[in-house]
Every structure is written in structure tokens, then in C-alpha cells.
Design a protein around this ligand. Structure first.
Ligand code: FAD
Ligand code: NAI
Length: 467
């Protein structure tokens, strides 16, 4: 079928997750005629539908349950007869998701972005097919995201053996939840169900949780989570899972091989990472190359090896984070419009939304050592921060790493209440090329948790006041 004018666009984005929808909106703002193809019944991708937003809704709700049960008494607030209405908790989560995905639909209408409903594929140069109908585009953007990595021998049914998607929908609190993978999803969703009453065991292949995180923070994080009752089996692999009448029987072995043991679970959450998803796009026929890890290969301008075809977000290299996908989407739209945006991959924060939160930006101590960079460290514990004491949230500390010669801030790692918000000022510091002294001399309001960031910056030169 030949394309008519109404079927022709400047830009067609395939996938309406945070990468795709932001790219579509920004391109439309810049005056381009834009369509976005999305096969899901709602916009917003993994993040808004089955990722960031529903998981944070459940973390928040389960956090209230935990507070009522275990934390409020310390404040002199005595609550008795606390009970869980899980159906109501899920319903609230559903309302939050619905408001967010409808918000994106509203933004599409406002910016005149056409939503092409269905599955998109690349049908040839400058051509996208959506469920059998062809559309023409000067620029085609692949933003198809990622999917959960499977584990041979552990068959997901999204009821008893679930990915994060099923773990967001469990209709009763499991007696024993076994999480395979001590990464971000395992610890966030493990925390949700632990707070709601499940026994939670996390089986992790490596000798530590959250690989890639600053080691010192990761160790302290493990201690704090253990204190909350989460159990960890490190250096352990799952070799198989069998459904039984009452649950699941898992076979475990030491990561190095050797002794096997059996673990029974009511529900198993498989969370060993995510991988790019490009199913049905027809990339091979279109001649689009993948990199050595199966991601769409792009240059620093998000251009694939085929002119006119670009890719962003989880399906290309880099951290699989919503804000990284969004910033790439925005930058790409601006590049196509002839602007020269800049994206600093070293200043992308990452946050684990457990309690306490863990947040990082820039390099870890291990990365600096590996690069042979001389660095200084400033640390400050939340036990010495007045606001943290007032909140009764004194777990954790702030750690700032600065260049030994120039004092430039190279990284920051925070374990503590609201760490995800606190890290923003260090992301800005890195983006602006600030020194630890710049952060230390910036006036921080009292009493705030942010003062712990200032004190850690002061500690870089050994002049913290409150320790
Ligand atoms: P996606 O959001 O995956 O969107 C891709 C879209 O493309 C999907 O809607 C899909 O249906 C559509 N699609 C795919 N193929 C086609 C096709 N051929 N035709 C039409 N449509 C197609 N990140 C954070 O930064 N913070 C968090 O707190 C966070 N929490 C998370 C919690 C969970 C449980 C999970 C699973 C992920 C979480 N993430 C979080 C990661 C975040 O969701 C992803 O990094 C982000 O969604 C990636 O955006 P994207 O646009 O690249 O892809
Ligand atoms: P992950 O990469 O964070 O962690 C996976 C863990 O599983 C690692 O610790 C790894 O060593 C372990 N592992 C791998 N194979 C294993 C095996 N066979 N047996 C036992 N352990 C094994 O992946 P996860 O948690 O699935 O999350 C995927 C991605 O989603 C994250 O990397 C992140 O990009 C994104 N995400 C981000 C969130 C946030 O920003 N707060 C929240 C949730 C997800």
C-alpha cells in the first residue's frame, strides 16, 4: 500500500515508554509531524505500566503498613489492630498507573502526536508497518525497551514463578517468597512483600548484592536489609524449579558448583536482569546491526548503521533506567531538529527505592582504583544528622569521592532516608564541574537531611563539624 500524505511523518517512534514518548513529544514541540507506535493498550511503556510507577506505589503503601506496625510506636503513636487490605492496596496502585498513562495520552493529544495503535516493524527504508498498514517517515526511532531475562529450568507462569510483572500483582501475601537475583528488582519487590508479612529469601549468584554499586555502600546495605529480616544466600545459583501442589521446589547449588540443596517457596520471583527487546521489528531484514550483547548498535548520536534509523533507551547500551531513556529521547529529537544537546552519562543518578534508599552518581571507589585516579573520600553518617535523628531514620551515610588534585567531585554514594532526592545536588555538582569545596561552601538549610551531604563534602578535607 503506498503512503498518502496523512500517512507520512517526519518522525515515527516505535515504542511509547519513557524513551519513546518523551522523544515523540519533544520532536512535536520542535515542529515535526510525529507518530508513535505502541502495541500495549496504554502508553508509558514498562516504566509507567509494570515498572517504576506501580513498584513505587507498592513500596510507598507497604512502607505505611510497616510504619504502622513497627515504626510509629517509637514516636509515641500507638496504633492497634493494624490489618492489610491488599485488594485496596492494588486498587490504589492501579489508580496511580492509570493517572500516569492517561497523562501521557493527554500530552500526545496536546502536542499533536499521533498514536498508531499496534505492533510496528521496519518495512524498508523510511517505512514502518503497523499491523499490516504502511507509514512513511524521514526518521524512524526504535524505542522498544527491554524484557525480563529468563533462566533455563525456571519456567515463569506469572502466578507461582513470576517476573516483576507478576510480583506486582500477587493476590495474597506469600508465606515464603524466594527471589532469584539480589539486584534492584529483587530488593525493591522483596522489601514490599517482606513488609506485608512474607518471609523473603534472596538467592544471589555473586558474593554481594547489587553488583556495580560502591562496595562499601553495598555491604552496609546488606547489613541493613538483613536487620529488617530479609535472608540472603550469596554465592548460590538456582539450577531448577518444580511446581508442587503447594508451591515451588527450588534446587540450589553453590555458585562454584558442588553441594546441592532444596528450598521450598510459595512464590518465586525471577529477577536476574533485563535484556533488550526488539521482537518482531524486522531489524535483520532492515540490516540494522546489534552489538556484542544483543543491543541495537548506535553511535553517540543514537544513529544505527542504517541512515534514518535511530535507537534509544533500554534497547541500546547504558543503564536501563527511565530517566536515561527520557534524556536520550529528548536529546535525539533535538539532534534531528539540528540542535546540539549534550548528555553526560557520568552524571546519571541511580536509586534503589528500598528503606533506606540507596542512591549513586558518578564513579565508585572501585572504578576510581581501576582507573588509577588519586581520590579523596569524605563520609558523614546519618546518626550525626539532626533531622535524621528527629525522623528516627539514622541508618546509613553519605560518601563523596573527589579528585585528589583538582577536588572535582567524581562520585557520590548515599545510603539513607530519601537518598534518591539527596543525590540530585551531587548530579548537578558533577554536571557543573563543581569541587567538593563548592558543595561544602553552599549554604544548606537546617535542619535537613541535605546537611549530611554538605558535611560529607566538608569531610573530604577533614573539616566536618558534626563528627
Ligand atoms: P520501555 O519502557 O520498555 O517501553 C518500550 C515500549 O515499546 C513498551 O510499551 C512496548 O510495549 C513497546 N513496544 C515494543 N516493541 C514494539 C513494537 N514492535 N511495536 C509497538 N510497540 C512496541 N527505572 C528507573 O529509572 N526507576 C525505577 O524506579 C525503575 N523501576 C523499575 C521497576 C521495575 C519492576 C522494572 C521492570 C523496571 C524499572 N525501571 C526503573 C526501568 C525502566 O522501567 C526502564 O528503564 C524504562 O522503562 C525504559 O524505557 P524505554 O522507553 O527504553 O522502554
Ligand atoms: P539487576 O541487574 O539489577 O540484578 C540482577 C541480579 O541477579 C544481579 O545481582 C546478578 O548477579 C544476579 N544474577 C544473575 N544471574 C543469576 C542467577 N542465575 N542466579 C542468581 N542470581 C543471578 O537486574 P534486575 O533486578 O532484574 O533489574 C533489571 C533492571 O531493571 C535493573 O538493572 C535496572 O536497570 C532496572 N530497574 C531499575 C530500578 C530503579 O532504578 N530503582 C528498579 C527496578 C529495575
Amino acid at each position: 500500500m503506498s503512503a498518502t500524505v496523512s500517512d507520512s511523518f517526519d518522525v515515527i517512534v516505535i515504542g511509547a515508554g519513557p524513551g519513546g514518548y518523551v522523544c515523540a513529544i519533544r520532536a512535536a514541540q520542535l515542529g515535526m509531524k510525529v507518530a508513535c507506535v505502541e502495541k500495549r493498550g496504554t502508553l508509558g511503556g514498562t516504566c509507567l505500566n509494570v515498572g517504576c510507577i506501580p513498584s513505587k506505589a507498592l513500596l510507598h503503601s507497604s512502607g505505611h503498613f510497616e510504619e504502622a506496625n513497627h515504626k510509629l510506636a517509637a514516636h509515641g503513636v500507638i496504633v492497634s489492630g493494624v490489618s492489610l487490605d491488599l485488594a485496596k492496596m492494588h486498587a490504589r496502585k492501579g489508580e496511580v498507573v492509570s493517572a500516569n498513562v492517561k497523562g501521557v495520552e493527554f500530552l500526545f493529544k496536546k502536542n499533536k502526536v499521533t498514536w498508531l495503535k499496534g505492533t510496528g516493524s521496519i518495512a524498508g527504508p523510511g517505512k514502518v508497518a503497523v499491523d499490516g498498514k504502511d507509514y512513511a517517515a524521514k526518521h524512524i526511532i526504535i524505542a522498544t525497551g527491554s524484557e525480563s531475562v529468563p533462566l533455563p529450568g525456571v519456567e515463569v507462569d506469572e502466578k507461582r514463578i513470576v517476573t516483576s510483572t507478576g510480583a506486582l500483582e500477587l493476590d495474597k501475601v506469600p508465606g515464603h517468597l524466594v527471589v532469584i537475583g539480589g539486584g534492584v528488582i529483587g530488593l525493591e519487590l522483596g522489601s514490599v512483600w517482606k513488609r506485608l508479612g512474607a518471609e523473603v529469601t534472596v538467592v544471589e549468584f555473586l558474593d554481594r548484592l547489587t553488583p556495580g554499586m560502591d562496595n562499601e555502600i553495598s555491604k552496609q546495605f546488606e547489613r541493613v536489609l538483613s536487620k529488617q529480616g530479609l535472608k540472603f544466600k550469596l554465592k548460590t545459583k538456582v539450577t531448577g524449579a518444580t511446581l508442587t501442589k503447594d508451591g515451588v521446589e527450588l534446587k540450589l547449588a553453590s555458585a562454584a558448583g558442588g553441594a546441592e540443596e532444596t528450598l521450598t517457596a510459595d512464590v518465586v520471583l525471577l529477577a536476574i536482569g533485563r535484556r533488550p527487546f526488539m521482537g518482531g521489528l524486522g531489524l535483520e531484514a532492515a540490516g540494522v546491526k546489534l552489538d556484542e550483547r544483543g543491543r541495537v548498535h548506535v553511535d553517540q548520536h543514537f544513529v544505527t548503521n542504517v541512515p534514518g534509523i535511530y535507537a534509544i533507551g533500554d534497547c541500546i547500551a547504558g543503564p536501563m533506567l527511565a530517566h536515561k531513556a527520557e534524556d536520550e529521547g529528548m536529546a535525539l529529537a533535538e539532534m534531528i531538529a539540528g540542535q546540539k544537546p549534550h548528555l553526560n552519562y557520568n552524571a546519571i543518578p541511580s536509586v534503589v527505592y528500598t528503606s533506606p534508599e540507596v542512591a549513586s552518581v558518578g564513579e565508585t571507589e572501585e572504578q576510581l582504583k581501576a582507573r588509577g585516579v588519586a581520590y579523596k573520600v569524605g563520609k558523614f553518617p546519618f546518626t550525626a544528622n539532626g533531622r535524621a535523628r528527629a525522623m528516627n531514620e539514622t541508618d546509613g551515610f553519605v560518601k563523596i569521592l573527589a579528585d585528589a588534585k583538582t577536588d572535582l567531585v567524581l562520585g557520590a554514594h548515599i545510603l539513607g532516608a530519601d537518598a534518591g532526592t539527596l543525590i540530585a545536588e551531587i548530579a548537578l555538582a558533577i554536571e557543573f564541574g563543581a569541587s567538593s569545596e563548592d558543595v561544602a561552601r553552599t549554604c544548606h538549610a537546617h535542619p535537613t537531611l541535605n546537611e549530611a551531604v554538605k558535611e560529607a563534602a566538608l569531610a573530604v578535607e577533614g573539616r566536618a563539624i558534626h563528627i
